[in-house]
Structure formats: structure tokens, C-alpha cells
Design a binder for this molecule. Structure first.
Ligand code: CA
Length: 232
């Protein structure tokens, strides 16, 4: 999870690239240097870096063109370094797929703060997007890895589709789904749009997980719309 992130520095001024590399290495990153655009592209494909610091003035290729070229191959975040301080360059840089921009001379600690902020944002997004393996809701535990549901610690025997329907609803707590949306999400394109099967599955699920299936505590009907999983 916390593997070291690799940062590729594409910069021809050796003083700057070495200071950057040492500073990043000291701050728990792996850092590699490419001294021109051609090496930069090559190393990008070789190292698959997690982040690129790109100088705009390179001996062999314009940094903006290189930025565009990298962007065609990869979504890796790119921070552009430039000695030119004008706003035009700033807009131009961001328009060609760069994620951030700093003007030389820059502060190492500010650069590090920006890189760290990027990875924090990225990681919190990755966590939010990940489906949880196990959901614990009320007296239900829904274990996605084992395809197993327990009610008050006792296993409920669900079919695979029943499980998937329950997991879909429970992992989007309080969100209302129409029968069509549930068909799409759980049965996908193999289904022939028979919304009645959703009704049947919901009824079966209620019989298996609800203490009183006619007054469900979890799988609620939203009249005229569809269903939601809610503890309210
Ligand atoms: Ca340069």
C-alpha cells in the first residue's frame, strides 16, 4: 500500500535536477533524472513513474510538446517547471495536460508540499472508489469476498444474484435505484429487461434477511421509484 512513489525529473540543468533528486529521495520518494526530452520519454515508459517534474526549456524538445506527448501515452501527473514567469505560459502549460506549474526559482518545500498534496488527494479518491470487502450494517454483515451474509451472526443462504443485488444496494446506502437500474447493475446485458424479476428477488431477499419481511428494516420500497437500502 505504501510502496515508494517514483518521480521522474526531466531537466537538463544538472544543479537543479540533482538538488531535486536528493531532496525527494530524502523525503521518501524514488527519484530518477532524465537530462533531455528523448531520455525523458524513454524513462517514462521504462519506469512508469507516479509523478513527473518537467522543465519547460529542454535542449532537444519544447517542454510543452513533451508534455503533450507524455499525456498521449499516460495519465501520470505532470508538474511543469519554468524560468519564464508569464501567465501565458502558465495557461499554455495547463492547457497541454500538465497538472501543476512552478516558476524558477522555486522553493523545494513548496514543491514537496504540492507533490504530497497530489498523492493525498489521489489516495483518498482511490479509497473512496474502492468497493469495501465487508459491510457491517445493523445486524447484517455482508462479506463480499466470501459471498456470505450473516444475520445476527447466522448465515443466510443467498444465491449469487441475491447476494449481488443486496451488496449493490447496501454498498450504496440510502441511494434509491429504479428496477431498471438494478437490472443493469446486477444482471447487466444478459437480462431481458424483466423488472418483475427484481421484485421477486427483493421479496426473496427480505424473507432471508429481514426479521419481518412485510415491514423491512433494510430493503425499503420507494413507492413509484424503486428500492433503497436504508437503516432509517
Ligand atoms: Ca532547462
Amino acid at each position: 500500500m505504501n510502496r515508494q512513489k517514483t518521480i521522474l525529473i526531466i531537466e537538463d540543468e544538472k544543479d537543479i535536477s540533482r538538488i531535486l533528486r536528493d531532496y525527494l529521495t530524502k523525503n521518501k520518494f524514488e527519484a530518477a533524472i532524465a537530462g533531455n526530452g528523448k531520455d525523458g520519454l524513454h524513462m517514462m515508459e521504462l519506469l512508469q513513474p507516479d509523478y513527473i517534474i518537467l522543465d519547460i526549456m529542454l535542449p532537444d524538445i519544447d517542454g510543452i510538446d513533451l508534455c503533450r506527448e507524455i499525456r498521449e501515452k499516460s495519465n501520470v501527473p505532470i508538474l511543469i517547471l519554468s524560468a519564464r514567469g508569464s501567465d501565458t505560459d502558465k495557461v499554455l502549460g495547463l492547457g497541454f495536460g500538465a497538472d501543476d506549474y512552478m516558476t524558477k526559482p522555486f522553493s523545494l518545500s513548496e514543491l514537496l508540499a504540492r507533490i504530497n498534496a497530489h498523492f493525498r488527494r489521489y489516495e483518498s479518491m482511490a479509497v473512496a472508489q474502492q468497493d469495501p470487502d465487508s459491510l457491517s450494517l445493523g445486524n447484517l454483515v455482508i462479506d463480499k469476498k466470501a459471498y456470505k451474509v450473516t444475520v445476527d451472526g447466522k448465515e443466510a443462504a443467498l444465491s449469487a444474484k441475491e447476494f449481488e443485488l443486496l451488496y449493490h444496494l447496501a454498498s450504496h446506502k440510502n441511494q434509491v435505484f429504479s428496477k431498471t437500474q438494478l437490472l443493469d447493475a446486477v444482471w447487466g446485458y444478459e437480462s431481458y429487461g424483466d423488472e418483475n424479476s427484481v421484485t421477486v428477488y427483493i421479496r426473496r431477499l427480505r424473507e432471508k434477511i429481514e426479521a419481518d419481511p412485510s415491514h423491512p428494516a433494510y430493503l425499503k420500497t420507494v413507492w413509484g421509484v424503486g428500492y433503497k437500502f436504508s437503516l432509517d
